[in-house]
Design a binder for this molecule. Structure first.
Ligand SMILES: C[S@@+](CC[C@H](N)C(=O)[O-])C[C@H]1O[C@@H](n2cnc3c(N)ncnc32)[C@H](O)[C@@H]1O
Length: 209
């Protein structure tokens, strides 16, 4: 944590996220886990409750989760203790400032359900930093467009509930063409892409060309 890092907490951080949102992401967590070979090193940018890292903790050599919410970091550390996971570290840090955390590199840099909520001007800088950190990237986010009107409505509802700034980020993400547009802008090569069973979330395994 840099001296200037200011934690940012939300009402849904911690147990609400762990009990309601994490279970809804089980399918995608498993898909991500299957893409990561044994003994890899992984950084999870904006790791939330640490749920994705916990899914892969037994197969990877080491993991680092970066989060700006102190409630989330406390949850990560508590869950790691309860699950006796010792190969994952959780840092209270700003993903906009991860360059200040040194030159460490990882086999995989993951970010899950994060890019859509970021202000437009931060998406490319954060993704560029992930390209520097990880040999390969795993990006998980809402699919655009959603597969049906009902799913579009429910996704907008969930995003609206997360707050005004979050929803504004989501709307601009969709308007700008979602993850495929960002992957194209960054000139990344997509090695593999998968869509969840419900058809609402997509993942991309990418690397620099
Ligand atoms: C929608 S949650 C996704 C959490 C997790 N990646 C997942 O798949 O469940 C987004 C997370 O990003 C964190 N966050 C927001 N801004 C951040 C920043 N600038 N640096 C680090 N984390 C941030 C929030 O605290 C929140 O936990």
């Amino acid at each position: 944590m840099t001296a200037e890092t200011q934690a940012q907490n939300h009402f849904y951080d911690g147990w609400i996220y762990r009990k309601i949102l994490d279970p809804s992401l089980t399918g995608i967590r498993k898909r991500v886990s299957r893409l990561i070979p044994e003994n890899s090193t992984v950084v999870d940018i904006r790791c939330g409750t640490g749920d994705q890292l916990f899914y892969i903790s037994r197969q990877i050599r080491a993991g680092v989760g970066i989060e700006l919410s102190s409630t989330m970091i406390n949850t990560c550390q508590e869950q790691a203790r309860i699950r006796k996971i010792t190969n994952c570290d959780f840092l209270l840090a700003d993903a906009r400032d991860i360059a200040s955390h040194g030159d460490q590199t990882f086999d995989y840099a993951i970010t899950s359900m994060v890019i859509h909520e970021m202000p437009e001007e931060l998406r490319i800088p954060v993704l560029r930093e992930m390209i520097r950190l990880g040999k390969q990237l795993i990006l998980v986010d809402w699919i655009s467009p959603q597969p049906s009107l009902w799913k579009k409505f429910s996704t907008h509802f969930v995003e609206r509930m997360a707050g005004k700034a979050h929803y504004a980020g989501f709307r601009s993400f969709i308007k700008q063409g979602g993850m495929p547009a960002l992957i194209k802008t960054l000139g990344l090569e997509t090695i593999e892409t998968q869509i969840t069973g419900k058809g609402t979330i997509q993942l991309w395994l990418c690397k620099s060309k």
